[in-house]
Design a protein around this ligand. Structure first.
Ligand SMILES: Cc1cc2nc3c(=O)[nH]c(=O)nc-3n(C[C@H](O)[C@H](O)[C@H](O)COP(=O)(O)O)c2cc1C
Length: 176
């Protein structure tokens, strides 16, 4: 798929078949993640947890839902793979950098997933609630001094992928 087609085809998937992604697909997603821009090139400020243990995913969903029921019972939508991006906690004007880094990384993962014909979705609610649950962070491989920031949920979607109209315009834009 060419780049423009991939960008137009990416969309949030909230219904997965349950079939696990292949090792090659997982490798491609991680290559895409590692190709993302990271502030100051400080790669050691970012950690990635690839979570494919279905019991752990269920535990994360249950704990997150118990803490904040508004997220719903299945905030990971039964995706078989969840890639959690964590960032080193920062202070002052740099406090937002972990969020910026994680967003760049997640978008690269989503685009590569689309390129592979996989369904994917950016999840913020799950890691946001996980920040309040240190035991869950430990289970998810988040090191001390880091916090979960964003998650890319990936798997085979039940619906096919189709490019949307290139002229979808939703963001108010000024040209000066
Ligand atoms: C920063 C961010 C956080 C998001 N968090 C969630 C989330 O927690 N749960 C969810 O179902 N979708 C989440 N989404 C997906 C958005 O709802 C979705 O991208 C948006 O509605 C546009 O639809 P599209 O992705 O199909 O283009 C998030 C997207 C972004 C960019």
């Amino acid at each position: 798929m060419d780049m423009k087609q991939t960008i137009l085809t990416r969309r949030s998937c909230r219904s997965f078949t349950g079939e696990q992604i292949t090792e090659n697909e997982c490798t491609a997603l991680l290559e895409a993640a590692n190709a993302a821009p990271v502030a100051n090139g400080n790669y050691s400020d970012v950690k990635i947890s690839v979570i494919q243990d279905q019991e752990l995913l269920a535990k994360i969903e249950a704990a997150v839902c118990a803490a904040i029921p508004a997220v719903g019972a299945h905030p990971i939508y039964h995706a078989p793979t969840a890639i959690l991006i964590s960032g080193r906690k920062g202070e002052g004007p740099n406090a937002a950098i972990p969020y910026c880094n994680a967003s760049c990384i997640v978008e690269n993962i989503l685009l590569e997933a689309t390129n592979l014909g996989l369904g994917s979705i950016y999840l913020f609610a799950v890691p946001a609630v996980m920040q309040m649950l240190p035991e869950l962070c430990e289970l998810a491989g988040v090191p001390s001094g880091f916090m979960p920031i964003a998650m890319a949920a990936v798997g085979k979607g039940t619906d096919g992928l189709a490019a949307r109209e290139a002229d979808r315009t939703k963001i108010e834009t000024v040209r000066l």
